[in-house]
Design a protein around this ligand. Sequence first.
Ligand code: NAD
Ligand code: UDP
Length: 310
Amino acid sequence: MKKILVTGGAGFIGANLCKRLVEEGNQVYCLDNFCTGSREHVFGKLIEHDVIEPIDPSQFENGLDEIYNLACPASPPHYQRDPIFTTKTSVFGALNVLELAKKFDARVLQSSTSEVYGEPLENPQNENYRGNVNCHGIRACYDESKRCAESIFFDYHRMHGTKIKVIRIFNTYGEMMDANDGRVVSNFITQALAGKDLTIYGDGSQTRSICYVEDLVEGIIRMMRSPEDFLGPVNLGNPEEYSVKDLAEKIKQLTKSESKLVYRELPSDDPTQRRPDISLAKSKLNWQPRIDSTTGLQKTIKYFSEVLNR
Ligand code: NAD
Ligand code: UDP
């Protein structure tokens, strides 16, 4: 049994991770300020706190073995609502979890993102690609603060020997996603189930690669438990790549919906392509996604129909 802290534990990925860690018999602390998370999705002992502020170590009487740092709004409408808060969350949050890890000599994992690649000029993206981010655009609060957090993680490792792990997560979907958080899979499924138009931004030719959350959680845990000298960054995602339009058609078909596809303005700096090269995760973690998008989307559609019919 390990003593584990998950920041952002009440969010979509955090809740799925905490659930799994609790089921394994660990002592789990779920730290969250509920800016996008849900009180219904708390697994483990709740610590209501904002990671922008230092985390009091005295509340972990017996120390901590592992810290997963997931706290950060992740959907574009949410992280753009208060961009300064988003930047502070990533940057001060990284500093605060690293201080805690240093104190307890705990392993600490940073959930970075494919957004560090910005508008990628290579497809698929591997970890050596340095990215192409617009540092003053509307996505910069997220992209640049996540890049800065990676840099702080590696500096703590170099300066203090902190046991860090860095993962770059690509678009993920599944149970416990918030129906209203504005991401493409949750929007299309809830729209299709309600018989509303599916809103495609731009012409729908931009691509995303979508990973089912259970696969992602397995990859996150494997990374945390990997040999100490493997720091990352490592991509975690499913290389199955769809255009947004094809994804809309697929969800329409799986939900047997009569909804129409409608076209809306493309937000600025929306990346045109995104697909992970997962060779490193395969070789270092022996990890690759097991659940294909049809199966994963069917499970997610079932989840949303139950939530929407409550
Ligand atoms: P989410 O918005 O569902 O969850 C984020 C959680 O963090 C929420 O519970 C929220 O209340 C909490 N939080 C936000 N700011 C906080 C703060 N200052 N203090 C304390 N708690 C705070 O998002 P998610 O999809 O679960 O993403 C989790 C992590 O994974 C994020 O760090 C995100 O950047 C990363 N990520 C997610 C995806 C994805 O496709 N879901 C892709 C790449 C990276
Ligand atoms: N998108 C869309 N319709 C929606 C929501 C999103 O066409 O209702 C597009 C969005 O413009 C982007 C892609 O779907 O090209 C993925 O968007 P999401 O917000 O899920 O994540 P992102 O990868 O952009 O952070």
